[in-house]
Structure formats: structure tokens, C-alpha cells
Design a protein around this ligand. Structure first.
Ligand code: BV8
Length: 241
């Protein structure tokens, strides 16, 4: 059995990281205009503003700790091996909490806040401190060419070929902590449904139309994800016996 798991900002909410949108309207994009902070145009017009915004995101992500949802997913992936099963973990999140919980081969389709990219030579390098317009590229020595290795609105998400291939080979798609607002990620669940792939939504509240959701767990990720992992392993174990 192959399981495609898509996570969003909601899985990191209980680690203290802001979500972008939620019913309480206190997410990041309710306080800031994403088109002033998360587009190539915004970076071209006002790099200092964008760099300061992403520097704050980086500081918070570095200070956060994985929560029980991240840890449960990491253990779940390791447990699948004994049942000749596997999973692909795709995240829209730019933090590294999945990795710090022990997950491997995580696909960050919207980039990673712990990396920076040179707009001159395109080299990607680790980045754990603030970027500024006077940061020098360690590869080509250019000054002022460094940007966060994030996918902004209007930019192509990363590793779409690998994502599409994995989704097409999956028996189950699970979304965790995503509002289903940002495409192409938001379209994965309906793609799966159209392919006859089973779907499960784990979120604080329903984000997708119930016509595309076969099973759901609504509540905090730190409670619902461990519960789903236990239920899913029990289901696989029963299928194998
Ligand atoms: C692109 C930057 C071309 C990094 C972000 C149709 C097809 C293709 C594109 C489009 C389309 N329609 C519109 C578009 C354009 C656009 C788009 O989708 N716009 C939206 C606003 C309509 N998409 C793009 O520009 C993308 N690029 O399309 O390229 C292309 C075309 C075809 C095919 C391929 C490519 C680029 C999108 C990436 C933009 N970058 N961020 C950063 O700063 O992080 S987007 C931003 O939103 C974040 O990355 C975030 O991850 C992402 C999605 O948000 P969620 O993760 O879902 O987070 P959100 O806050 O919204 O929801 C959290 C949920 O958790 C809520 O439901 C909440 O209830 C729940 N929750 C809260 N607490 C908890 C919880 N759940 C459980 N437990 C809790 N405790």
C-alpha cells in the first residue's frame, strides 16, 4: 500500500507557528497582504521588506519544536516497512519540523525557510540567519543577490513531477492541516478522487467539499494525527492477516 500525505500550516500550528488562514481570521495573510510579501514582484520592488518578513518566519521556525503530529507521522512512516507499505510526505510548509521529528525524503513543494538561493548563479545554500540586501553569495561572491528558497505566488512549486508520479501510484491520499486554498496543492485531493484513490482529511475544521473526502478526523493535529496513524496501521495489519 502506498500513502500520499500532504501537510499544511495547520500541522505546525501547535508548535507555535502562524497559519496563513483560519476561521478566526488571525492568520498571516489576514494581517499581511501576501502579494506585498510573497511574490517575485514584491521582492523586486521592496527586497528589504520581504527579507525582514521572511527573516522573522525563519527565526520562529528555528525556535519551534516538532509536536506530537510531526512525531507520529515520522514513526508511522517507519512502521509501514514491516507491512510492505510506504508513504510519500509532501509539505506546503517551509519549516523543517518534519525532518526534526525524524522524517526523511520530505518534499517541500513551497521551498524551505532554512535555505537561501542566489538570484545570479541559482546556487541553493543552508541559511539559518537573517538575509539582507548586503548578504554575499558564497558560491559566486555576488552581493545582494540572495533570496529565501521559497516558492512565491506565481512561481512553479518544486518537484511537481515527483509529486504527480507519487500521487498517481497511491492507494490513499491524506491531507493534514491545510485549508485547500493554494493551488496546485489544493487540487491534489480532487485529482486523487477522480483517479479512484481513497481520501482522508485531517484538519481543525472541514476545508474540502465532503464529496471529495472519504474519511475525516476534525480536531487539533496533535490529537488527530496520532489517532489516524494508529487506525491506519490497524487497518493495514487487518488487511495483511
Ligand atoms: C503556481 C510562500 C504555476 C512560502 C506560499 C490554479 C492552478 C495553479 C495555480 C493557481 C490556480 N489558481 C490560482 C493559482 C495561483 C496561486 C494560488 O493558488 N493562489 C491562491 C491564493 C488562489 N498559486 C501559485 O501561485 C503557485 N504557483 O501556480 O505556479 C503552476 C501552474 C500549474 C501547475 C503548477 C504550477 C504557488 C503557490 C505557493 C505560494 N507560496 N507561501 C511561505 O512564505 O510559506 S503559499 C502559503 O499558503 C504557504 O506556503 C502555505 O503553506 C500555503 C497553503 O496554506 P496552508 O498550508 O493550507 O495553510 P492555511 O493557513 O491556509 O491553512 C491552515 C489550515 O490548518 C486551516 O484549515 C486551519 O483550520 C487548520 N489548522 C489550524 N490549526 C490547526 C489546524 N489543523 C489541525 N490542527 C491545528 N492545531
Amino acid at each position: 500500500m502506498h500513502i500520499f500525505i500532504l501537510t499544511g500550516a495547520g500541522i505546525s500550528a501547535e508548535s507555535g507557528l502562524d497559519t496563513f488562514r483560519n476561521s478566526k481570521s488571525d492568520g498571516l495573510w489576514c494581517r499581511y497582504d501576501p502579494f506585498e510579501l510573497a511574490t517575485p514582484e514584491a521582492f523586486r520592488i521592496n527586497p528589504e521588506l520581504v527579507l525582514e518578513f521572511t527573516n522573522e518566519l525563519r527565526r520562529r521556525a528555528c525556535a519551534a519544536r516538532p509536536n506530537p503530529a510531526h512525531l507520529a507521522l515520522s514513526d508511522f512512516a517507519k512502521s509501514l516497512v514491516e507491512f510492505a507499505s510506504s508513504c510519500t510526505l509532501v509539505t506546503q510548509n517551509v519549516d523543517d519540523l518534519h525532518e526534526r521529528a525524524g522524517a526523511t525524503n520530505v518534499i517541500h513543494m513551497h521551498g524551505e525557510i532554512s535555505k537561501a538561493r542566489c538570484t545570479k548563479c541559482e546556487a541553493v545554500q543552508p541559511c539559518r540567519s537573517d538575509l539582507s540586501t548586503s548578504t554575499r553569495c558564497v558560491h559566486c561572491d555576488e552581493v545582494g543577490s540572495m533570496r529565501p528558497h521559497l516558492v512565491w505566488f506565481g512561481e512553479m512549486p518544486l518537484r511537481m513531477d515527483a509529486i504527480t508520479k507519487s500521487l498517481s501510484e497511491s492507494d490513499l491520499l491524506v491531507t493534514i492541516g491545510t485549508s485547500g486554498t493554494v493551488y496546485p496543492a489544493a487540487g491534489f485531493i480532487s485529482d486523487a478522487k477522480n483517479r479512484g484513490i481513497k481520501t482522508c482529511e485531517i484538519n481543525l475544521e472541514p476545508a474540502f467539499d465532503k464529496s471529495v473526502v472519504d474519511k475525516s478526523y476534525y480536531g487539533p493535529a496533535s490529537e488527530c494525527v496520532p489517532m489516524w496513524c494508529r487506525d491506519q496501521l490497524a487497518e493495514i495489519r487487518a488487511l495483511m492477516s
